[in-house]
Design a protein around this ligand. Structure first.
Ligand code: ASP
Ligand code: MG
Length: 411
């Protein structure tokens, strides 16, 4: 008998009809002879609504009460799913985080799971009960409700699968799996059959929103194989797992883009020890994360420094940088909000050369200017003018052989 953990996201339980559909899928897995633990998100849009209410009541909601509020969406969906299963004649039982319990630290709204005690659930599974667990929530050491950050039900599911040593962890969503790029931009984007944890982390942090990043980190740490698939059909989805030999033969697994950054350049900075600290210290104190940084070769003792910050923090960052720049005697500060970062990701880069240069060549043929470059072992990112984002993604997708040949070009 296998132990199966299935997680259904908000769109999969977005209406009563959809909840009934999920109940049928869960029942099918149970009928196949599995023990089934189901982790559920709030119905689509509900968590946003709750966050909205909090913001209407006050500017900065109390963090304990915020978690009491936003965790309530999942209470609704687990109860409805359990009722649906019961009315179909199955034994089912809903669990809030504290009823399992799932212990977390006390960092409200971004809590981390510390321990999951599975005795209660195990006992119920042994009795033939289907266990329905509220995603996104746990309790801290003092018994306060704590939530895991937006999209946190993915992490709940992976953590439950890890703690219970489940045989399968399926994450059901409204797409068929992880795609080589955004199908809204490239209609010939194809579904990736399997992808390594590291590639998924790069793609997720670069903007592919299928899984919460933390759930992938968790899966990597505990070796949980995640199967991302659609709750609306029976297609095989994408396996997110440990790297294997044939993953290396694919040079580039996916292409992502991110339009949420802005670029700041500090021009003619006196090149001496301490300037980077003087510029970036105040930004980190203001909790602004800096992503790419480039320092030019210096001429006559002066250099230029260019870096990117999240676009949402740009207005906050600029005056801070201007003040530091003045202090260290820089000539001026320039900025550009209309940039995009396009990245190619693949573990094959570790063993093959020429991939970065092919990216640069492909962009240059299209007349796309590269403003900044950064690389890691399995990723190359270029900052470009954001009006070329779609073009860049499309030509790179084709150049690296990712276009699904069976899809007719619509242009
Ligand atoms: N309901 C929560 C959210 O909307 C958690 C989740 O859906 O994973 O962020
Ligand atoms: Mg989600």
């Amino acid at each position: 008998m296998a132990l199966v953990v299935q997680k259904y996201g908000g769109t999969s339980v977005g209406s009563v009809e959809k909840i009934k559909n999920v109940a049928r899928r869960v029942a099918r897995s149970y009928d196949e002879g599995n023990q089934v633990v189901v982790v559920v998100s709030a119905m689509a849009g509900e968590t946003d609504k709750l966050v909205g209410l909090a913001n209407e009541v006050c500017d900065i909601p109390d963090d304990r009460e915020y978690d009491v509020l936003v965790a309530s969406g999942e209470q609704v969906s687990i109860a409805l799913l359990s009722m649906a299963l019961k009315s179909m004649g199955y034994q089912a039982k809903s669990y809030l985080g504290w009823q399992i319990p799932i212990y977390t630290d006390d960092a409200h709204a971004k809590a981390r799971i510390k321990e999951i005690r599975d005795e209660n659930i195990r006992a119920d599974l042994e009795k033939g009960t289907i266990c329905i667990v509220a995603g996104f929530q746990g309790i801290d050491a003092d018994g306060n409700i704590a939530t895991l950050g937006r999209g946190g039900s993915d992490t709940s599911a992976v953590a439950v699968a890890a703690a219970m040593k489940a045989d399968v962890c399926e994450i059901y969503t409204d797409v068929d799996g992880v795609y080589t790029t955004d199908p809204r931009i490239v209609s010939a984007a194809s579904k990736i059959e399997k992808i390594s944890y590291d590639e998924m982390l790069e793609l997720a942090s670069l903007g592919a929103k299928v899984l919460q990043i933390r759930s992938v980190e968790f899966a990597k740490k505990y070796g949980v194989v995640i199967h991302v698939r659609s709750s609306f059909n029976d297609n095989l989805g994408t396996l997110v797992k440990e790297e294997d030999a044939d993953m290396e033969t694919v040079l580039v697994s996916g292409i992502s883009y991110n339009k949420n950054e802005a670029k700041i350049s500090v021009i003619r900075v006196p090149d001496k020890p301490g300037i980077a600290a003087a510029l970036f210290g105040p930004l980190s104190e203001a909790n602004i994360t800096v992503d790419m940084i480039i320092q030019n070769v210096s001429h006559d003792g002066f250099t230029d420094l260019t870096f990117t910050v999240p676009r949402t923090d740009f207005k906050k960052a600029l005056p801070i940088v201007e003040e530091s720049a003045a202090k260290i005697g820089a000539e001026k500060v320039q900025s550009d909000e209309s940039i995009a970062k396009v990245s190619i990701v693949g573990v094959g880069m570790r063993s093959h050369s020429g991939i970065a240069s092919k990216m640069f060549e492909t962009l240059s043929v299209e007349g796309v200017n590269i403003e900044m470059i950064s690389t890691s072992e399995i990723k190359v990112s270029c900052v470009i003018d954001d009006k070329y984002t779609e073009l860049a993604v499309r030509v790179l997708h084709k150049a690296f052989g990712l276009d699904d040949e069976s899809v007719k070009d619509e242009e």
